[in-house]
Design a binder for this molecule. Sequence first.
Ligand SMILES: NC(=O)c1ccc[n+]([C@@H]2O[C@H](COP(=O)([O-])OP(=O)(O)OC[C@H]3O[C@@H](n4cnc5c(N)ncnc54)[C@H](O)[C@@H]3O)[C@@H](O)[C@H]2O)c1
Length: 258
Amino acid sequence: MSLQGRVALVTGGGRGIGRGIALQLARAGADVAVADLLEANAEAVAGEVRALGRRSLAVRADVTSWDDAQRMVARTVTELGGLDIAVNNAGVLSIAPVAELSEEAFDRVMAVNVKGVFLSCKAELPAMQERGFGRIVNISSTAGKNGFPGLSAYCASKFAVIGFTNSLAKEVAQQGITVNAICPGIIGTDMWHGEHGLVEALRREGESAEQAWARSLAELIPQGVAQTPEDMGDLTVYFATAAHVTGQAFNVDGGLGL
Ligand SMILES: NC(=O)c1ccc[n+]([C@@H]2O[C@H](COP(=O)([O-])OP(=O)(O)OC[C@H]3O[C@@H](n4cnc5c(N)ncnc54)[C@H](O)[C@@H]3O)[C@@H](O)[C@H]2O)c1
């Protein structure tokens, strides 16, 4: 297996895309620490990683907290023996036209999606610099390259993740550390199907949630189908093995962002 002997950490790994990435990393041979705000979810995914024969660790961590970011890395290094691959995936969405978007909602999206990526990278880098090897993968979005009405805060945060990724990639380029971003298109997680998710926001009068979901896929994605968390895991495994790919923001979106 290509990642045998490597140790990975996935933030927001307790469900959705983070869970899919954690499991693909484990299938490729890595041991995986799962960090999430929701500890029970992190525990469940850590159990799934162990069931695949890899070592795992569940950490409750809020990526907007510097103390938590340091603790998730320290526990990974102490309990799993190092940190080779870090996937900064934790993210939140807010949906509202700018005139109705609250300052609080804007700040929350920026805190988790931008400051969270910064604090996670800041905490992860020393462990990688010490060994002269590291693979950082930040999760942006196709909304990090194109604006979408009603998603201004989210788009601003995901554009920021790409700028941050590209800058950090150049900063650590000669230290054996690569830094790339993944831009997912549409994946049927809580971000779409949850109580405050995109399906509810896009649903037209008289339309069921299922119909709104199918229409969104048909209208937005050239391939006409959703992507999967495992798709994001496959690209993460590639970035984790590629020595000379850095500073990229790669779409996995069925053609949405072409
Ligand atoms: N679902 C999509 O279509 C889609 C598309 C593009 C990008 N993304 C991005 O993918 C990432 C994962 O999204 P998802 O679809 O799996 O959503 P999700 O809501 O299912 O999962 C997000 C996870 O992050 C955790 N989290 C939230 N705030 C946190 C915090 N402060 N600290 C630690 N963990 C926190 C949640 O508990 C949850 O487990 C996000 O960055 C999202 O913006 C998703």
